[in-house]
Write a protein that binds this ligand. Sequence first.
Ligand code: FAD
Length: 449
Amino acid sequence: QTGWIKELEEAFPDMRMLTKETQVQKQSKDYFWYSPVLKEELEGASADCVCFPASTEEVTRLLAFAADRRIPVVPKGGGSGNYGQIVPLYGGILLDMTKMNQILSIDGDIGRFQAGIRLGKLERELRKQDLELRFFPSTLMTSTLGGFIAGGTGGIGSITYGTLWDEGNVLGLTILTMEKTPRVLHIRGGELKAYIHHYGISGIILDVELALAPKTDWVDGWAQFDSFADATGFAEHLARSDIKKRVVSVVEAPVPAVFTGWEERLVPGKAAVLYQTSPGGLEEAAHAAAVHQAVHTGSDASSSIRLSDFVWNHVTLWWLKKHPGDTYIQARFTPHSYRQQIRALQKAFGEEIVFHLEWIRAGGMLVPSSQLIVRYTTTARLYAMMDAMRDIGMRVSSPHTYLLEEGGKDEWVEKICQAKQQNDPDNLLNPGKTKGTQPKEEAACLYSG
Ligand code: FAD
């Protein structure tokens, strides 16, 4: 056993820890297996141990312990990321934050929550107080708030409120630095960009101040179409309408066939639009679906099956369950020319791409954002598809890299790296996840304990 683990156990006798190799390896994985590229690159990478601190004081002492001995630390929430964000590339401590899960305060429509709280639990608690999250990822039940902010983008609700980067959603973060004497930083305003989608490399999020929305009793709706073009027409109509809505998602046939549990809702061979509106919006939405030639429609106001399990990257998950050799590409279409872009991809790649998109608001603009299913053959073909998408003006966020700057969020990487230099001078927080912070080989030896 690594020498420092014994020291750690002695220094933290009351903290839950996992040190058994099989358990630690299991905890060191996220959903990187969606990507055939990452599957190969990350297989076998693992922490040396997993720690579950339960208080700010324990996290602080743990970081001080690790900084003092130059042990890498990788923060972890629910482990539902897709790019190997939580996979430790150089061993060390996997810092599971899920015991830091308290609601600290709710004041009007602003709440402060510890980073390890699961979003599903948070949404449930908020609804009891006639509030709800502005938006959440489709991994509602597994994701933590801190993990979503450090590794996610947006989700159900983003059609109204935008993404994590849009002003007014994330209001403040309490950050702990990775130093021998860790500092507590209270981050607000423009500085937040250095900690959103930062893979935990520039600091540990302790708690989050979040803007909330008033609760709505959402109703699930669905409409199916003979042609994908009609489905996208209806989806755009709904997205741009004044109807109060939380999500508008479009999938091409044969995707509905893989939605296990929805057999009674959807016809397998037709394109589908899944949406949630307020009760008052349902009639207008159904009327618009009819205008766009819907051949099958339905709604459910008291659903026991969460619609969020069938949108965003859950679509890919359902598909991969039936087609384990396939993969996906994340990309945003250009709002005014997305139909031409879809046609260009259909022409170039035919049935190799199965279309799936959600309308979201980003930077104030409504955008069709997509997780396109790829009938995978070779890595070269996969990269050719991403190149073709860039060539026609789409913004690709490659899910086939663990490097932050290659994932398509490049505008903020410089800010994140600057904060990292100040907060983590020895590059111990999730090392290797940016080009500039890949430890040199000799330094990596230091980490091995
Ligand atoms: P983790 O995977 O545990 O961590 C994510 C990153 O955050 C890691 O780099 C980790 O080191 C860092 N981190 C975690 N906690 C902290 C902390 N306290 N301080 C600092 N850094 C921290 N994403 C979306 O944006 N929208 C979606 O709708 C969506 N749908 C998905 C559907 C499926 C089926 C899957 C597998 C993934 C989906 N994702 C989606 C991606 C993922 O679920 C989100 O990024 C998610 O919110 C991550 O939360 P988590 O708690 O699981 O984080």
